[in-house]
Design a protein around this ligand. Sequence first.
Ligand code: PRX
Length: 641
Amino acid sequence: MTLDLTTMLPQLKSFDEYQAAYQESVSNPEAFWAGIADSFKWHKPWDKVLSWDFNTPEVSWFSGARLNISENCIDRHLEDRGDQIAIIWEPNNPQDKYRNLTYRELSKLVNQFSNVLEQQGVKKGDRVCIYMPMIPEAAVAMLACARIGAIHSVVFAGFSSQSLADRINDADCSLLITADGMIRGEKKIDLKQIADEAMEKSPGIRSCIVYNHKGFAMNMQPGRDFDWNTLMEGASAVHQPASMESEDPLFILYTSGSTGKPKGVLHTTAGYMVYSAYTFKNVFQYQDKEVFCCTADIGWVTGHSYIVYGPLLNGATTLMFEGIPSYPDPGRFWSLIEKHKVAIFYTAPTAIRSLEVFGTEPFEGKDLSSLKVLGSVGEPINEEAWHWYHENAGRGECPIVDTWWQTETGGIMISPLAGITKLKPAFATLPLPGVQLAIVDEKGTEIEGNGVEGNLCIKFPWPGMARTVYGDHERFKLNYFSTYPGKYFTGDGCKRDEDGYIRITGRVDDVINVSGHRIGTGEVEDAINEHGYVIESAVVGYPHDIKGQGIWAFVICDREHHSYEELCAEVKSHVTGIIGPFARPDRIQVVKALPKTRSGKIMRRILRKIAEGDTSNLGDTSTLIDPTVVDAIKQGAEEIR
Ligand code: PRX
């Protein structure tokens, strides 16, 4: 194990070291994590490394300690690497100028913005909503919240005004930070206008700070809306970071589950810091001065942990990309790697599959020799995409780290260590140190040994885990700790092969993964059902060549005089308006009835099979009120496939 003299975070250097660290993390977890936590700057040391009970569930790491995560991300590096680039920003349009922010420049902005937030009356523990494009100011806003002890709730800028309002209200946010708008690819999005609509439904918002990114026309409401730059001009560049307790909340991030509205998953300060930093350094094997690029959006957990916190905690250079893989051409990823000499590139299988269709021509003339490590996240990566990515982007040389984790886990849980763990395409391979997996059967009994399959649980706490659902601890318990008492249930199924390697097989609940976006089928149904023509609907996922899963909606309508095309267009745009474009159904099948049991439950298992085109064995349908509806649906499905 070598110690990097700047950040002192341990980095495992061989498979033997990984195995030894894993052993140590299981036999002596407190000493293991304390050894890692020692690398950070603390205002006061902890009294106890870990206390936990998965039944209540209560978990606390490093209790009694005090610290500030923004100080660990920024101030700690100023002496040694103040002039090193912290954030490279690559704009949507490659003709526009990119930006480089050094650690010193980032420090100035974060200090100023911390003062701005305080002048706006934001206090420790207050919730601040961030609805921003992929620009450095989004990271500045997050870090400034953390610096003053406010809890940030970043909402992905693809969400509709209704979804934004729901999230603002659920977390009772008092301040909203947004921008005039953004352009992604060729699509213009008026963020301020969407924010205005959301604020009409969010009475708790006292003020809104607006960053003028593109110079779009917008309405500024006097007394409520403030221009970012004007506020920054008058703000001091010195701000003393708040001294936070280890378990003080750091952020809320909404994510979908099987039932109900999206949950505000809450992460706390010290454990998240230690875990995001450790996993970044070890999984990607980051070396000093390398450029790391994660293409996720800051509105999702991957953006939080591996664009902002993980890299900055390690004093790394992190590249933030505003655009999309296909604009202005399908070589964009490869051009940006060449332009900024990216060493580690972390993206989603959907992006890879969407580029695969363009073949190898977009690689021609591009120098990708800076690349050392490739990463994949968000959904299972199929073998074909894995090989294509490896051969073309990785020149057949760069290891691919297929990283499995979740919003709730805070950081990567199962993954190869780049260049260290032997790879197997489509396998997330082995748990990281500190991660104690349990594969269980339907009854919750742990299935030991290799060559097994079941539901994936975690049976021991890790520092990065979520602590609660904001404002609803009972729901936290019910969702994650009640299916298999005493264990955290991930919602995923997995296989452990003969070598002990883990392959994630996908969600086993009513959550679908569309282009790496996690969506509850119930949320889409609620949105569809709100449409005036619709009586009832049922939504399932089906295999989609590019998106991984597509959305198939079975809909019962009460108006027959509209054409099928009109109805589809109506329902699709309705869902876009209520949730956002990424939740728009791909296929809509009008049905007369849904397969229901006598207790009124829709048998989704049957619909899923029909949507997958696998109708040879639909299982037992005898409990249905009317088994004949199944044949009608089967027939209808063939017509729209
Ligand atoms: O089903 C798993 C899938 O994405 C889910 C978590 O989604 P979210 O909370 O939005 O976080 C995504 C980014 C961490 C998981 O329950 N998933 C994530 N990574 C992988 C994956 N499935 C297979 N392989 C992965 N590498």
